[in-house]
Design a protein around this ligand. Structure first.
Ligand SMILES: Nc1nc2c(ncn2[C@@H]2O[C@H](COP(=O)(O)OP(=O)(O)OP(=O)(O)O)[C@@H](O)[C@H]2O)c(=O)[nH]1
Length: 375
């Protein structure tokens, strides 16, 4: 019997960081764990990091496990069960997957070999209010269907902001346990314990089933109306006003039915290559799109920093929500970087087989982003 946990959360919320913490710093370190990962970007970035930690990683890309990849997902889950008989399977959906649909996809596998254990949703304490306003249903669905909500970066917010976050969470979900302690201050076991509440799991299961049924009826049209306001949340780099006020009604939906071959369009230059989904770009109603870039360029740290600042400040590139990658640095170094809606971090790392990165956002200009990021 394998336990199955789902660890969801919006783009850059801290899903991978939480999984790493649990694998290192809780009883999970003594279990055989397999990770099934579904990244929204075209190029898998996290898989490599996780494999370094000795974990079996099964990456599903080029689609979304809550719709076009449902069949692949079922196959992947069965294959993982047959091949490894692991103690635990952790599913990390893409940041824009709907948790209720992922839960339904796991339930649809109908295997006696699995036991649903917990549905985590990681919520960035700094961005909770802004994402709740801007991305309505994508964000809310993850919270509403969780059996446990784990707030990340709570060390970076004051009490008032934390209280506002808790109000938002509790209004969407009154049964989930909520973890608010900064992760450096608690053990992974304390987080597992908070997730152990079977009653909240049952309520979450019921909720997800209801939502999924309603959703299926509407055939995956994820519309939501809201005014699109961006709070200024970042402490550094700039003070340009990033407010997107929109007079007209804003209809969004994540293009969730991509059954086509996702290899999409490609751009190519000497030493670099880009992948993106051409169809996404033609759909004006699209919310999120992404580009994956492979590049052999050696970046200096300053150069990388300046490019990440441009990603944030140059509005003609679109609204960038997430970027991450691993690239060659000057002088034989390698850098790994993370960009989450304006906050970025660059770390030195060990060499990899190639330099690659992805950029995800709303209505992004992939050609301009390619020119900027390829080096
Ligand atoms: N200080 C701090 N940093 C965090 C915390 N959670 C996440 N981060 C940082 O935020 C960045 C993104 O974290 P990830 O764990 O990669 O987020 P993710 O949800 O897996 O991202 P995607 O899968 O790309 O959507 C990384 O730089 C992390 O180090 C936290 O609680 N505290």
């Amino acid at each position: 019997m394998s336990k199955v946990d789902i660890i969801s959360g919006f783009l850059g919320a801290g899903k991978t960081t939480l999984i790493k913490k649990l694998l290192k710093d809780s009883s999970l370190k003594d279990e055989q764990v397999v990770l099934i990962e579904n990244e929204f970007g075209e190029i898998g970035i996290d898989g490599g990091f996780m494999r370094d930690a000795g974990i079996q990683v099964n990456e599903l890309s080029q689609g979304c496990i809550c719709c076009s990849l449902v069949g692949d997902f079922e196959k992947a889950l069965k294959q993982v069960l047959d091949t490894y008989h692991p103690d635990r399977i952790i599913i990390e959906p893409s940041g824009v997957g709907k948790l209720s649909d992922i839960i339904a996809a796991v339930k649809a596998v109908h295997s006696d070999d699995i036991e649903l254990d917990a549905f985590y949703t990681v919520v960035d304490a700094k961005k909770c209010k802004m994402y709740h306003k801007n991305f309505g249903e994508f964000f809310n669905n993850q919270i509403a269907n969780a059996s446990v909500v784990v707030l990340s970066r709570t060390q970076d917010v004051d009490e008032d902001k934390l209280a506002t976050d808790l109000d938002i969470i509790q209004e969407l979900n009154d049964h989930a346990a909520v973890v608010t302690t900064p992760w450096d201050e608690i053990s992974g076991d304390a987080i597992l314990k908070a997730a152990e509440n079977k009653e909240s799991l049952e309520k979450a299961l019921m909720q997800a089933t209801e939502e999924h049924e309603v959703e299926s009826h509407h055939h995956h049209h994820h519309h939501h109306d809201h005014d699109h306001e961006h709070e200024e949340e970042h402490e550094h780099h700039h003070d340009h006003d990033h407010e997107h006020e929109e007079e007209h009604e804003h209809h969004h939906h994540h293009h969730h039915d991509h059954d086509h071959d996702h290899s999409g369009a490609a751009l190519e230059d000497e030493g670099s290559k880009a992948y993106f989904d051409e169809e996404d770009l033609h759909d004006a109603d699209e919310v999120f799109n992404s580009i994956g870039i492979e590049t052999a360029h050696a970046f200096t740290k300053e150069e990388l920093e300046s490019k990440l600042q441009t990603l944030e400040n140059d509005e003609s590139l679109g609204h960038i929500l997430r970027s991450k990658g691993i690239v060659k640095g000057a002088e034989g170094k390698w850098y790994e970087f993370d960009f989450v809606a304006g906050d970025y971090e660059i770390r030195e790392t060990s060499p990899d087989v190639n330099g690659r990165l992805c950029v995800i956002g709303e209505h992004i200009d992939v050609h301009k982003i390619y020119d900027l990021m390829k080096g």
